[in-house]
Design a protein around this ligand. Sequence first.
Ligand SMILES: [Zn+2]
Length: 307
Amino acid sequence: MTSRRDIERHVEDRAVGRCEYCRLHQSLQGTTFHVEHVIPRSRSGPSELDNLAWACPSCNLHKANRTDVIDPDTGDQVLLSNPRIDDWDGHFRWEDYRIVGQTPIGRATAAALELNHPRRVQIRHFLAHMDHAKPLLNQRYGSNWLVIPLIDELDTAISKLSDDQFFQNLRNLSMISRFHRHFRLIASGVREMSDLISSGSSPLNHLRNRHLGILTGTQARQLIVFGFPEGLHPEVESSLFQLTGRHPYVLQGVLEHLWEDQGELDRQAGYAGSEGISGLTEDLLPLAECLWSNRTRRVSATIRGVR
Ligand SMILES: [Zn+2]
């Protein structure tokens, strides 16, 4: 018997990970996409592959248990687009970052599922820019580039927003999206969320009020030992200080990146040991010898990659 998980995987694979209504890829969503019943269960829609679709939470929520909706141009009631029967390109087309209905079904579905809600258009816009920028950044800085956005006074910022969508998007970008390895979010002025943050983050999350200026060498080392109890090799430490200017947020961002990458570094080192240095990136090549000889020096190789 086919398990529920197998069916889910099949539906996801068939949709190539994209919502079958708005075409958003799951890689930018924090919440899991849903297997959706095209004809709802409440109307006796079967849980079979030809009645199931992969949908983002927003489309799923807007669709609810409807099967027909109003065409905004004519006021007629028409069927909602059925991804199992209707060809997406036959009913919709892209106009910049908007999805335009080309048929009564397309128009009615776009309106009912709010496919062009300003937030959704902004997300598409942003993703397109990131997709364009990534190869250019890779070319210029190597594939390990890192951006450390700082949210100053997070609690105050939250209190001035009407909802948490902004932070959800930011969280998705920095933790789940296909760009997550390149973003390391640092926030200050965090009181309300401190429990949440300290329970789910690295041991390096120890910046306090006294760390608001450029750190002294001693203060920077105090921060380092939270994540690397034996400290770092002097050469590594010096290149880290040089790279970050001992700026507390930048230093913390890079340290967290290194700390999380320790497993990856071990795997790279293992690969280098068995297969020679051909598997290492150009950034790491000059330091391949260090990679094999000393764990802390492996960190140095990554620091040079994170430029
Ligand atoms: Zn969707």
